[in-house]
Design a protein. Sequence first.
Length: 136
Amino acid sequence: MLRKIVFTFICVVITALSVPNATAEDLPKGMIFFVETESCPSGSSAAKDAAGRVVMVTTDISQIGKTSGTPMVDQKDNTHTHSGSMTVNLPEKRIAGASSCCNGQATKKGNHSANITSGSSTTNLPFIQLLICAVN
């Protein structure tokens, strides 16, 4: 229920600030919000530490303002990779004519591990960063 109220409040603020000549002076000090313009409305300034980042909601005060990684560049579809590791346990299998002492093409029974990294790729999705403003 609280998420719905917060989301509704944010939508109302965004809608209100989409109106030309709107100001942020009636909003709580320190509140952040998105605008579709190139500058923040009167009573607010750009939240520089939020530019290019995903803003997350938290109830843990110690997490407020923390950042991780490098900010994304506006309208640039960044490349990324995925990596992981795996281990499989192969049972013993005997194959007639291939189970001799000298067949090096098959693998041995037991655990086998591998580390894997995918090729670099992009999302190929359109996106744009909105300006994030903070009430002064």
